[in-house]
Design a protein around this ligand. Structure first.
Ligand code: MTE
Length: 306
């Protein structure tokens, strides 16, 4: 059980964003009544049952669901915080298949239903810390990615796991933007990907994931900055070399491969230790998960490839 100060829950930006959202929704309601805008993608997803996970954060209220589904980073759907919610209808999350390939004994196309049936779903309350210095506390639903990794049986050459999202230039060319090199790519070392905290997530707040949060399936890696938690995954490859990642390809001087939450290594353009942006001084090493994960980086200089 992890305790964090309640004051650490939801930063000012989110409250401000939420206030903006409420104001925006009022406007949207009026415009919607005039038939000018589609209804916002509300939290009307199907319920998804899951057993509570004993390691969840305690002593904190989760971030209000409305904030977590309205203040998002999902650049395929646009770069403003409300774009993913507003453009959630650009893709269909069902049916869905994930291609598993590379150095595994059992490569193949895994349908969403196959994946959902692979292991018991758990509700895990984790902190999500974006590199932009805001954080949320989110009740995710999923199971450890390790369950899928075991099933596909990595071979000796599998040292890293690479992930890809759909390519927006193929899926909705008219609305695609060039904010990042597509498809969005992320990667983990095999031991990181197999760590019990690394979640293959299908839902949040007791329901199936909404598109703006990465439906139908994403990962959540709570000791790393949020951009490692890649959404709407279509491909998982087991590879020998450290895979390229979108933010590193886009701005190599700012985003390394590891991206562990680390208050001692600043972003080149802003402090990662300061209370200024998150409105609270609670910002621990590995986002509070040091006991579980620090051992994987023993002896490494965490300033390199951060
Ligand atoms: N995955 C894809 N495919 N595209 C993205 O732009 N943004 C990342 C990550 N996963 C992103 C992505 C970033 S920067 C963050 S902080 C988290 O998603 C945000 O997740 P949330 O919107 O569910 O809070």
């Amino acid at each position: 059980m992890k305790k964090i100060p309640p004051s650490a829950i939801t930063p000012e930006e989110v409250y401000l964003g939420r206030r903006r959202l409420m104001a925006g929704m009022a406007g949207l309601g009026a415009a919607g009544a005039l038939g000018l805008l589609p209804a916002p993608a509300a939290a009307n997803a199907a319920p998804l049952a899951a057993a509570p996970w004993p390691g969840s954060l305690t002593g904190v209220e989760p971030t209000p669901e409305l904030s977590a589904i309205s203040y998002n980073n999902f650049y395929e759907l646009g770069t403003r915080k409300e774009s993913p919610r507003d453009n959630a209808g650009l893709y269909e999350a069902k049916p869905w298949t994930v291609r598993v390939d590379g150095a595994v004994a059992k490569p193949g196309e895994y349908g969403l239903e196959d994946l959902l049936g692979l292991a018991a779903l758990e509700e895990r309350i984790y902190r999500l810390r974006c590199v932009e210095a805001w954080s949320m506390v989110i009740p995710w639903i999923g199971y450890p990615l390790a369950r899928l990794i075991e099933k596909v049986e990595p071979l000796g050459d599998a040292k890293y796991v690479a992930f890809e999202t759909f390519n927006p230039e193929e899926l909705f060319p008219n609305a695609a933007n060039r904010s990042l090199p597509w498809p969005y790519r992320e990667g983990l070392r095999l031991d990181e990907a197999s760590h019990d905290l690394t979640l293959l997530a299908f839902g949040m707040y007791g329901k199936e994931m909404l598109n703006q949060n990465g439906a139908p399936v994403r990962i959540v890696v709570p000791w790393k900055y949020g951009y490692k938690s890649i959404k709407a995954i279509v491909r998982i490859s087991f590879v020998e070399e450290e895979p390229r990642t979108s933010w590193n390809m886009s701005q190599p001087s700012e985003y390394g491969f590891y991206s562990n939450v680390n208050p001692e290594v600043d972003h080149p353009r802003w402090s990662q230790a300061s209370e200024r942006l998150i409105g609270d001084s609670f910002f621990p090493m590995f986002n509070g998960y040091a006991d579980e994960v620090a051992g994987m980086y023993a002896g490494m200089d965490l300033r390199i490839n951060h």
